[in-house]
Structure formats: C-alpha cells, structure tokens
Ligand binder design. Sequence first.
Ligand SMILES: [Zn+2]
Ligand SMILES: [Zn+2]
Length: 297
Amino acid sequence: MYLGVSAAAPSHDRGLPSILVEVDGVGYLFDVGEGTQARLQEARRSIHDIRAVFVTHMHGDHFFGLPGLLQFMTLSGRRKPLKIIGPKSLQDYILCSERVSGHARSYDIDFRRVVEGVVYSDENVVVEAFRVCHSTVAYGYKLYTRPRVHVDLEKLRRLGLKPGPYLSRLKRGETVVVDGRVVKPEDVLDIEPPSVKIVYTGDTRPCISTVNAARGATLLIHDATFSALHAEEAREKMHSTAREAGMVARLSGVECLALFHISARYRDTSLLVEEARWGGARCVYVAEPLMLHAIEV
Ligand SMILES: [Zn+2]
Ligand SMILES: [Zn+2]
C-alpha cells in the first residue's frame, strides 16, 4: 500500500514517500516521509504489525516521519523489537531525536547500516539493497518472497525413505545421513523460485543497477519526479522522468511499473503515464496515497 507518493515539497493530498508492504499480516515499511503515521491510521493499519523499516537515503522527505512514528509506538505500548535498516547517520538522527525529546523507548531497535546485498530476511521475505544514482549516497530495495520448498514424496519413495524430522534440516539446506545414507536437499526437495519480487528505487536517475535488480520483477516502484518536458531539471536534480522510468521497466522486463515521487507541479498525471508507456511496459500507473496494489503469492 502506498502511504505517501510525492516528491520533496509536501502536497496536502499526496503526502511524502512511504510504502507499506504487507505479507501474511506482517508490515515492512519503506521510507517514512512526514505524515506517515497519520496515513497509517487513515489506512487502519496497526503500527504494531510493522516489523522492519527500510530507509533509502538521508533526504528529509524520506525519513522525517520516523521520530514521531517511533514515539507513537512507545505510547501504544510496543514491546516487540523493531528492525531499522538505513544509512549510518539515520541511527544518529534517531538517537539524537530521542535524547532531545526525552523519548524513553518501550522496545528495542535493532539498527543495521545499509550495504549492498541481503540486508534483511525472515520467514516471509528476503530484502536486498542496491546502490542507485542520486545526489547523495542512496539505495534501492528489492523485496522477494522466500523460495518455497516442498518435499517430493515420489523422490522420497524411490530412495526408500520415510518422512521424519530430518526433513526440517534438509529444508534448512543441510545434508543429512538417514539410515546410513547421505541425503542432500536436492535429492528429495523441490525448490520453487520466489513468486513475488517488488523493487523500490527511492530517488534516482535511471540506473543500470536498477535494471539488474528489477529483472523479471512483479512490481517496480520507480522515481518519476518529472515529465520528459522537464528532462534537464531531472538530470540536474538527479531524479528520473516518467519516460526514463518506463525505459528502465522495459529493459528489466517488469510486469508492472508504478510511477512514484511525483512533483507537486503535475496535477494531471495522465501525461506521466503516457510517457512511461512509451517505454513499452504493459502495466503502468501513478501511485496514489492509500492505493493498494494486491499481489497473489
Ligand atoms: Zn525525495
Ligand atoms: Zn533525494
């Protein structure tokens, strides 16, 4: 669900960047622009369900909503720890805001500095970070569902094995010995590739690292701050035009492209969609606050 979708200057109806991805009732929040907690309430989402927060870069429109959200978690009696992934200075910002505001947190924060590669995983998802091309150090995030692992009963039968606790170890990738026989995971398990891949760029110029990260993605949420009419300004400010976002979507062969971080100057966004379609993507839309993009897992 998109919570806020606008570029740097806040506009009352679009809000500043924040995206909530929900998988099996667990929330993963990407960027926390000002006003994010109000949007969460409007969307009737519980802040207690948020397990991890990912921040792309240290421009205020992407993280100024964080101190308020963290304090509200305390006021609501949160006990569960919260994972936060972002640039190192984000941790300084959190600690500083807590010190000056006297916020005594009721829960632990497990902070992890963002680097390229896998930055988070749990039973539902894996999240990888990749560098993008912006005016400051910035990362995009790729979230994908965990590969599903099934026991192939036919393979098991052929090897003369019966189901047992050793299957859990195989599912964790271990090789085990059963009745004196060495069994590897691939001998009895079928591994389905991830079914959903969502890529969020944060602020960026069109970037080869995004093309690589988004290859075959279900959904690419790409910076489309400007129209091609303002391509020069997009270059200067290290953002993308909708047309450029469309090209990235085409090169990576994504199923769907969401145009995001839209400048407040575009009241009518149909032009942006038209431009992005020029790139050849089949499904293109402009993200709107509280818009839900449901994906079947
Ligand atoms: Zn921004
Ligand atoms: Zn920025």
